[in-house]
Design a protein around this ligand. Structure first.
Ligand code: CA
Ligand code: CA
Length: 663
């Protein structure tokens, strides 16, 4: 009876849950000033750049995680984003994740594969794609490929890196470093080679060697004896001996007990397996082998070597070597990393953001763009082929080639999207100098260069990102300018990225400008500061930002907040066809030639694929401005600040913006 009741309760609960699942998405408590979208309605191509470690914590350890992101998808949906770029999700040596130690796994701090899958599925249900961050230039120093490559000079992983004895004379022999100029600071010292012991059964004759390298052997529970290795004269040694039951072994480099001569296992009482070599460490723990019969012990890697390896970003990030890029697809390292992408595609991801691509073929200061393009084209084709096995559209990929737009352009031979760093470089000048007249000419010039390479080139536009001083700091904490930066980002051609915290007006100086990188990676304060994901930032938290007063909850209630400017303009971008995926063109009056009367005005047209056209106009000056654009203006799409249309005259207040349909 009790059991039946139990099952009845379970069934009722299951039915209730099923009913909840089918509940329409209309939330009676929804604040109407925050946009709501049905899946597929977000046409504006807006992506949110999110730091997993500091976005949202779900389990109280104050480290952001996959479940935390999933629980805040409504927030991202309100911002109108159709994709999320996640900071590196792999296990890594540093909090930021850009020194990956396993591309095929997820950082356990962030949750399990099931949690990640749940995030992907929940995001997809809201029409939000998931992009993973991939680092192809380097791995973390702690990656097993690198430790193995250093430990064993004959390891196949040696070819995954640039490891040599004299880089000043040897670097030019690496095909990938063609076009790179040797820079001593980018090469780091290490010791390569550690003695390695392997045991296997044999029928060879028992040896009686004479090398000073010896094997200290003791049948369990008995005193031991030293047996000398036979010197094979090529840095390897061997012993053949008869064993009975469990035998303890330690390797010694001399016949006496000289300090530093003992080598054992990295852990105490290690049980060796036949055929599987073990890397020995100085003063290591006892090793045991169980077997009765005749066995051969092989000792290799007995000559340790001083080497140098390339790590352009520092000794903890050794650069990866893909060999001859013209056949990179045959390269083992390339294939190994690509195979991990297959796994994540299988789990449901929609694209990748590639880190630091200009440095791949080359180092920090000198590099070879054309080799990078060749390599990245092969990388894209490899990933896309995998994706296309289960999808009808192409895989998305955007890369960070941190250069001027004219240099970025060539990378469109390889990839569909690239960040346009010049967009923000120009825009910060425009806003701080209150000079808008040149802006559209500059942006159109960049786009012309991209489209000459690839007519479908996607310019990934942005304000500040996780490596840059925050937008609000660059703009002197001037709220009106911060709002206008958002308005200009969201009304220009391209696919805009919103970096975590920009929409909340976060400030902070990065490490290159006298601050710290952590200070531009501040956690989101959702409703109270005490739950913000601060724990992974090593104490480098700006508590003038992490406080309740400027929480998301408070900014959502305040319609004059920067967040609401983002709501207004993301909504406009997603719903107005001329803004969503529209093409930018020059205004005949307010342009680079109108440098006196129209100096403060940045204006352009956007034309949608449906033929609809809007006028976009921003007064970046502090003073109000009345202009006569000469267009037949119709309905107002969206505005910032104050604007009024009277006949053919349009008056915009200081730092005010407007988008009008053209009749
Ligand atoms: Ca957590
Ligand atoms: Ca490199």
């Amino acid at each position: 009876m009790k059991k039946t009741l139990y099952w009845m309760v379970l069934c009722v609960l299951a039915l209730l849950l099923a009913a909840c699942d089918k509940t329409p998405t209309v939330d009676p408590t929804h604040d109407d000033s925050i946009p709501a979208y049905a899946a597929g309605d977000k046409k504006g191509g807006i992506t949110y750049q999110l730091l997993i470690y500091s976005f949202a914590d779900s389990d109280g350890d104050r480290i952001g995680d996959f479940n935390g992101i999933r629980q805040h998808l409504d927030y991202l949906d309100g911002l109108g984003v159709s994709a999320i770029w996640l900071s590196p999700a792999h296990p890594a040596d540093s909090y930021h994740g850009y020194d990956v130690v396993d591309y095929g796994a997820l950082n356990p701090k962030y949750g399990s594969e099931a949690d990640f899958k749940a995030l992907i599925d929940a995001a997809h249900a809201k029409g939000i794609k998931i992009y993973m961050d991939y680092v192809l230039n380097h791995s973390g120093k702690g990656h097993p490929w690198f430790t193995e490559a250093l430990a064993d000079p004959s390891s196949p992983y040696r070819d995954y890196y640039f490891i040599c004895t004299n880089p000043a004379s040897e670097w030019s022999s690496y095909p990938m470093l063609k076009g790179y100029s040797y820079n001593n600071d980018e090469w780091h010292s290490a010791t390569s080679g550690s003695p390695r012991l392997k045991v296997s059964s044999t029928s060879e004759a028992v040896t009686n060697g004479s090398a000073t390298w010896n094997l200290w052997m003791w049948p369990q529970g008995h005193d031991g004896k030293a047996v000398r290795f036979v010197d094979d004269k090529d840095g390897t040694y061997h012993i053949v001996a008869d064993l009975s039951g469990t035998t303890g072994v330690l390797v010694r480099k001399s016949m006496d007990w000289t300090a530093g001569s003992k080598f054992g296992a990295a852990q105490e009482d290690y049980n060796m397996t036949e055929g599987i070599p073990i890397d020995l460490v100085g003063d290591g723990g006892n090793i045991f082998f169980t077997g009765t019969g005749r066995y051969r012990f092989d000792l290799s890697n007995t000559v340790s070597q001083s080497v140098r390896y390339m790590g352009a970003f520092g000794s903890w990030m050794p650069d990866l070597n893909y060999g001859d890029v013209s056949k990179a697809e045959e390269n083992a390292c390339f294939q190994a990393i690509a195979a991990t992408v297959d796994k994540w595609i299988g789990l449901g991801i929609d694209g990748l953001r590639l880190d630091a691509v200009k440095h791949i073929c080359g180092g920090m200061w000198t590099f070879n763009n054309s080799s990078n393009v060749t390599l990245l084209r092969k990388w894209y084709d490899r990933c896309n082929a995998s994706y296309r096995e289960s999808h009808s559209e192409d895989f998305y990929m955007v890369a960070e080639a941190w250069m001027g737009a004219s240099d970025v352009a060539q990378y469109y031979k390889a990839l569909p999207a690239l960040f346009e760093f010049d967009f923000w470089e120009r825009l910060k000048w425009v806003l701080n100098e209150q000079t808008g007249c040149y802006f559209s000419k500059d942006i159109l010039g960049y786009r012309k260069a991209y489209k000459a390479v690839n007519p479908k080139a996607i310019a990934a536009t942005k304000l500040a990102n996780h490596d840059e001083t925050r937008t609000a700091t660059v703009l002197g904490l001037n709220t009106a300018r911060c709002k206008q930066a958002a308005a200009m980002l969201l009304t220009a051609e391209g696919e805009p990225y919103i970096y975590q915290g920009e929409e909340l007006g976060y400030w902070g100086k990065d490490g290159d400008e006298g601050g710290r990188d952590e200070l531009v990676r501040t956690p989101i304060v959702w409703d109270n500061a005490s739950s913000a994901a601060t724990a992974d930032l090593g104490g480098h938290v700006d508590y003038t930002l992490v406080r309740d007063e400027i929480s998301v909850a408070n900014q959502q209630k305040d319609e004059s907040s920067i967040l609401h400017t983002y709501y207004d303009f993301t909504k406009a971008r997603n719903t107005c066809p001329a803004l969503a995926g529209g093409v930018m063109s020059r205004h005949p009056v307010y342009n680079e030639t109108n440098t006196s009367e129209g100096k403060a005005i940045a204006a352009w047209y956007m034309t949608g694929s449906d033929g609809s056209k809007v006028l976009v106009v921003h007064n970046v000056g502090a003073a109000p401005k009345t202009i006569t654009p000469g267009d037949s203006l119709g309905e107002l799409v969206v505005s910032l600040g104050t604007c009024s249309l009277s006949g053919s005259s349009l008056t915009l207040g200081g730092n005010s913006s407007a988008v009008y349909y053209i009749k």
